[in-house]
Design a protein around this ligand. Structure first.
Ligand code: ADP
Ligand code: ZN
Length: 341
């Protein structure tokens, strides 16, 4: 078992290990939470683990809320449904929400926790690789609006995150690849050793998850509200988001990040902003994990789509580029300059 402290405004632990879910009741007690618990999950995860987790947390007394799975349900309507259920069940501010599922459940349940009674505590129990290494840590919660993804949300840190590898046994392979996009990202921006570990044969998934969480925790501690250093976590994301959009969301997020990292690296290498060889190394790794190649995507065609991304303030844009494998920097430019580059 590994435990990583996230030094956000209110610090909390991320616990990583096989079977750790069984320690959830005692961990919740240690947080001083002895009241009601609401479990929020989606249909798939609920079907697989709902009963087990409900029984573990106290059976009938648990308020159990199942949402539909899929990006289209990451919406204000779903949040409203959750809030109504919490109110019907008379949850109070001293009670607790447990988000059991992938990134979507974590984002939606976390946002409901941020809104309900102006904020109740919640615990993240991520069940996808992507949620374990990325979205469950750091306190970003929210939903999509018609105008775009993640346009409504709140910073609301969990009180605890429990990453239990056993959940991954039922995770579809495509979802695993999606998580690998973010794992490779962490290696690229902050940890060459992690990249080497990923290139060599063998498992060690617990260690890999822990390393990613450590890196994320570091960035969150330095810049909880995402005004500077934390933006490095967006490596591959400016183009990644554009690729998701251009594909009509057929390319899932983590895999779009995989393609985005490669394309931005090649673009930067051609302009002497990143040393040659980085893009090849990323390609070798994404290939190793069977991720989408997306050979037809070129930076030049994607800037325009990227310009409509909410993360671009005006026409200025901060690109995350690699100084070398394992080290990154923010490169400030404008959309106009990029379109003419
Ligand atoms: P992400 O974590 O990549 O943001 P989602 O929250 O949409 O994505 O989860 C991806 C899909 O995998 C969803 O359909 C979800 O119901 C399903 N899922 C999540 N965790 C598991 C698991 N441990 N086993 C099987 N399916 C899972
Ligand atoms: Zn991402």
């Amino acid at each position: 078992m590994k435990k990583i402290r996230v030094n956000a405004g209110r610090p909390y632990d991320v616990v990583i290990g096989k079977g750790e879910i069984n320690n959830l009741p005692s961990a919740i007690n240690k947080l001083g939470k002895s009241g009601k618990i609401a479990v929020v999950t989606d249909r798939n995860v609920g079907g697989l683990y709902g009963e087990k987790i409900t029984a573990l947390l106290g059976g009938k007394d648990v308020c159990y809320v199942e949402i539909e799975s899929g990006e289209e349900h990451k919406s204000m309507n779903t949040v409203a449904d959750i809030l109504e259920k919490l109110a019907e069940n008379k949850l109070t501010r001293s009670d607790l929400i447990v988000a059991l599922g992938g990134g979507i459940v974590g984002d939606v349940a976390g946002f409901a926790a941020a809104c309900y009674l102006r904020g109740v505590d919640f615990v993240q129990v991520p069940t996808t690789l992507l949620a374990m290494v990325d979205s469950s840590v750091g306190g970003k919660t929210g939903v999509n609006l018609s105008a775009g993804k993640n346009l409504a949300g709140a910073f609301h840190q969990p009180r605890l995150v429990v990453c239990d590898e056993d959940f991954l046994a039922t995770l579809p392979q495509e979802e695993f690849k999606n998580g690998m996009g973010e794992v490779i990202k962490y290696g690229c921006i902050a940890d060459k050793d992690l990249l080497e570990k990923l290139s060599s044969p063998g498992g060690g998934l617990e260690e890999i998850i822990a390393r990613c969480v450590e890196i994320k925790a570091d960035f969150v501690a330095k810049d909880e509200f995402d005004n500077g250093e934390r933006q490095k976590l967006n490596f591959g994301h400016t183009l990644g988001h554009a690729i998701e959009k251009a594909s009509g969301f057929a390319v899932p997020h983590g895999q779009a990040v995989g393609i985005g990292m490669r394309v931005i690296c090649r673009w930067a290498e051609e302009r002497g902003l990143t040393p040659k060889g980085c893009a090849d190394a990323i390609e070798a790794l994404t290939d190793k994990f069977g991720m989408l190649k997306g050979e037809n995507y070129r930076a030049e065609d994607l800037w325009n789509i990227a310009a409509n991304d909410k993360k671009l303030k005006g026409k200025n844009i901060s690109l995350v580029l690699l100084k070398e494998l394992g080290s990154s920097y923010l490169y400030k430019t404008t959309i106009d300059a990029l379109e003419n580059s």
